[in-house]
Design a protein around this ligand. Structure first.
Ligand code: DX5
Ligand code: ZN
Length: 216
């Protein structure tokens, strides 16, 4: 499986964001993970669509936008217009996940469904045929720097087997507590897109990113 690394800018230096993004690109990152938090769906407040449009101006990295907001349908069009390449919506954030994903797909960009550690995988089966990516949260969302929850590995494995059995072609992304060890475990279970914030930014960015890119 092709490994893709999506560094989370939640751990970047906001006052030197352009420098950090250029370094990530130089080090081989393919995506940029943008965590949008509204203080409602998750306790933290982070940044909104204007960050996406600013980043779009300075980088050609794939903008991988993770919406942690209530009523995501209200914001999807704004994030599309801002230049998102992938938009992820939590199954738990709307009673209309199918409609939310349809809105993203209709814009011709990649649609992703996201599930929390406490949500059963079966809840997203009805929309798997329409997504380009599934994000299995490996921590409870809201903060960087948390510990990877090992019980999420079985979910990755089950999803990967379901994908094969049903001839589906989405990527499987993991987010939260991803480091060299947990990325390897996730890869072995069937994930190929790694979000990492604290692991990449604590220490030598280039080295840490390369370690994730070399997982096989
Ligand atoms: C958590 C966010 C993550 C976060 C990951 O709610 O969705 O993307 O930035 O941070 P680390 O890699 O430090 O766990
Ligand atoms: Zn995220």
């Amino acid at each position: 499986m092709t490994v893709i690394v999506s560094p989370s800018i939640l751990s970047a230096d906001y006052l030197n964001l352009q420098r950090d993004v250029e370094n990530l690109k130089e080090a081989g990152a393919q995506y940029l993970h943008i965590d949008v938090m509204d203080g409602m769906f998750v306790p933290s407040i982070s940044y909104g669509p204007n960050w996406v449009s600013q980043l779009k101006k300075v980088t050609d990295l794939v903008l991988d936008v993770h919406l942690m907001v209530v009523n995501p349908e209200r914001y999807i069009q704004t994030f599309i217009d801002a230049g998102s390449d992938i938009i992820g919506v939590h199954q738990e954030s709307t009673p209309h996940i199918h409609r939310a994903l349809q809105m993203i797909k209709n814009a011709g960009i990649k649609a992703e469904v996201v599930i929390n550690p406490g949500t059963a995988l079966e809840n997203i089966y009805p929309v798997l045929h329409m997504v380009d990516q599934v994000l299995i949260m490996t921590v409870n969302p809201g903060f960087g720097g948390q510990k990877f929850l090992p019980e999420t590995l079985v979910k990755i494995k089950t999803l990967s087997e379901y994908k094969k059995a049903h001839n589906l072609s989405f990527d499987i992304e993991v987010d939260g507590g991803v480091n060299n060890n947990t990325a390897q475990q996730s890869y072995d279970a069937g994930a190929n897109v790694f979000v990492a914030g604290s692991y990449i930014f604590n220490g030598d960015v280039k080295n840490n990113l390369q370690t994730l890119l070399n997982i096989k």
